[in-house]
Design a protein around this ligand. Structure first.
Ligand code: 0L1
Ligand code: MG
Length: 242
């Protein structure tokens, strides 16, 4: 394989110039996380800080489609917080549960006990690969298509399993349930802890955790996007300009 740093530079440039690229296709999972680490280092050198982590492939259907059994983990950065427009290639939006870590996850307590708040969230994903076509390892290298996120009002931690979810993007609308996230978003937290430990991804106090999509993603279009999840404050944002 090309050096991880070299692949990371290609992905970084694709992201900063909003230019889609062909996928790589032949990375191992270990190589792919190494590329992701290098990509995050490039963003840090550009002045961003890591603000959290996100999970992908948390639905049974998506895992089956990709032929995998392990969720994927990417990093959120300050440049993604509130980013919903500009310099995006073919953005889509997803309704998500966001958790906030009140303390470091260092093995001294179960991850659920490290969470101090929960909220509804919208994630903007934007694969740097042409037509969103990628392998399991390509998407890990591309930081799991992470591009932006918006968080609703934080609320005290509660069980958010089995909640109805609605996502509107322009004229498109989809409904689902938080049960689509590994049966219950709390299971996504446990899966995150396990993968993060094995892949050397720190989980720090103050981080946002996006637990995974509760429905299919919708193209980011129109002038209004809203996500509502029963029992949580709704979250929305206006349209994008290119
Ligand atoms: O956040 C997500 O669920 C997306 C994970 C990566 C797969 C994709 O880009 O569709
Ligand atoms: Mg997502």
């Amino acid at each position: 394989m090309r050096a991880a740093v070299n692949i990371a530079e290609t992905l970084h440039e694709a992201q900063t110039t909003a230019t889609e690229i062909p996928n790589f296709g032949d990375l191992t999972v270990e190589d792919a996380y190494e590329v992701q680490h290098a990509l995050i280092t490039l963003r840090e050198r550009a002045g961003e800080t890591v603000t959290g982590v996100k999970l992908g492939f948390t639905s049974e259907a998506k895992m089956k489609q990709m032929g995998v059994s392990e969720v994927i983990v990417g990093r959120l950065t300050s440049g993604m917080a509130g980013r919903t427009s500009e310099n995006l290639i073919h953005p889509k939006v997803e309704p998500e549960i966001a958790y906030r870590l009140g303390r470091d996850v260092d093995g001294s307590a179960p991850i659920e006990e490290c969470v101090d708040a929960v909220a509804a969230a919208i994630e903007v994903i934007d694969s740097r690969y042409r037509d969103f076509r990628f392998t399991y390892t390509d998407v890990i290298a591309d930081n799991t298509s992470a591009a932006g996120y918006v968080i609703g009002d934080w609320q005290p931690v509660t069980d958010v399993g089995g909640r109805a979810v609605r996502l509107t993007s322009g004229t498109a609308h989809v409904e689902g349930s938080t049960s689509a996230i590994l049966g219950n978003p709390a299971n996504a937290l446990r899966a995150l802890e396990e993968v993060a430990r094995r892949r050397g991804i720190p989980l720090k106090a103050g981080y946002v955790v996006l637990a995974g999509a509760a429905t299919v993603a919708l193209p980011l279009s129109g002038d209004y996007v809203e996500c509502s999840i029963d029992g949580l404050a709704p979250v929305s944002f206006g349209g994008r300009t290119r």
